[in-house]
Design a protein around this ligand. Structure first.
Ligand code: ATR
Length: 273
């Protein structure tokens, strides 16, 4: 079996969990492959990627700050990458780059696995934030036929900017009125970095959220953010952020290695170390 060469590009890249995840699966499935962390300066993106092509890479993941800029270097983009406006996975075939975005799958699959009874079509969803992660979450929720989506972001123009993806059922809520936006919602998702270790906390009182609503955070360090703790205290079901990171890696691995890997408790524990 030929050696399959993969990796993740970013800048900085030292703290990426992706090598740990993919190398765990390479070993578990007894595959002949490598997955390396590759630091590429934004100025050197084109050269860096050309080098990967020339050295026989089969594909790579893309992280901050290259998720948008890599799009113009791709020969083809699938519908998800185009809609989200970001690529996190590239497959190389015959020296051509094919871009996709598996964060959408990661977000939805994490909810499916962690809260299997949750019905996306039941009611409104409320998204906090309007950055790159919010676009992936929004696209996933639209695909799952969520009937109404409310979005609130500190910079309101960025929420308005998401209307290119959805026109009809997106309601933009001013940041100051975010707590009111929770009433009657079935799902609340934090897509901002607020609550992450070293970042300010998310100032959000969720008393208005119905007790049967599901609360998700994409932050996974700490695993139990203040938002999730608050939700647990008032009896809401919660989904932590680590699953999105682990599940987004699965379609990429399958694309390159031809094996769909599983998220095991052992892998989750490794990723949280
Ligand atoms: P990502 O691609 O990971 O989503 P991003 O595009 O930088 O990262 O988006 C970060 C999100 O966190 C944005 O919604 C941002 O709000 P702004 O659009 O107003 O910048 C939000 N965010 C970051 N720091 C924040 C803060 N102190 N208060 C409120 N929102 C914040």
């Amino acid at each position: 079996m030929p050696l399959i060469k993969t990796g993740v590009i970013g800048h900085p890249i030292a703290h990426s969990k992706s090598p740990l995840i993919h190398n765990y699966w390479i070993e578990r499935h007894g595959l002949s492959g490598t997955y390396e962390a590759i630091d590429i300066d934004p100025e050197e993106l084109k050269n860096g990627i050309n080098q990967l092509i020339e050295t026989g890479f089969n594909g790579f993941n893309v992280t901050i700050p290259h998720k948008r800029s890599v799009m113009e270097l791709c020969d083809t983009l699938d519908e998800t990458a185009r809609a989200v406006g970001a690529v996190n996975t590239v497959t190389i075939r015959e020296k051509k780059l094919h871009g996709t975005n598996t964060d959408v799958f990661g977000f939805i699959e994490n909810i499916r696995q962690s809260a299997p009874d949750f019905d996306f079509t039941k009611g409104s969803a409320c998204i906090i934030g309007a950055g790159g992660a919010a676009r992936a979450v929004l696209y996933g929720l639209l695909k799952e036929n969520v009937p109404e989506i409310r979005i609130t972001n500190r910079t309101q123009e960025k929420s308005e900017g998401l209307k290119d993806m959805v026109n009809a059922n997106l309601k933009v809520i001013p940041w100051q009125e975010r707590e009111g936006a929770l009433s009657g919602a079935s799902l609340l998702v934090n897509t901002t970095s607020l609550g992450m270790t070293g970042k300010p906390s998310l100032e959000l009182d969720i008393a208005a959220l119905p007790k049967d609503a599901l609360v998700c955070d994409i932050v996974y360090a700490p695993l139990y953010t203040n938002l999730l703790k608050q939700a647990q205290q008032q009896g809401n079901q919660i989904v932590t952020g680590i699953g999105m990171l682990l599940h987004q890696a699965r379609p990429a691995f399958e694309e390159w290695f031809g094996v769909r890997p599983e998220v095991t408790p052992e892998l989750e524990a490794l990723a949280l170390k």
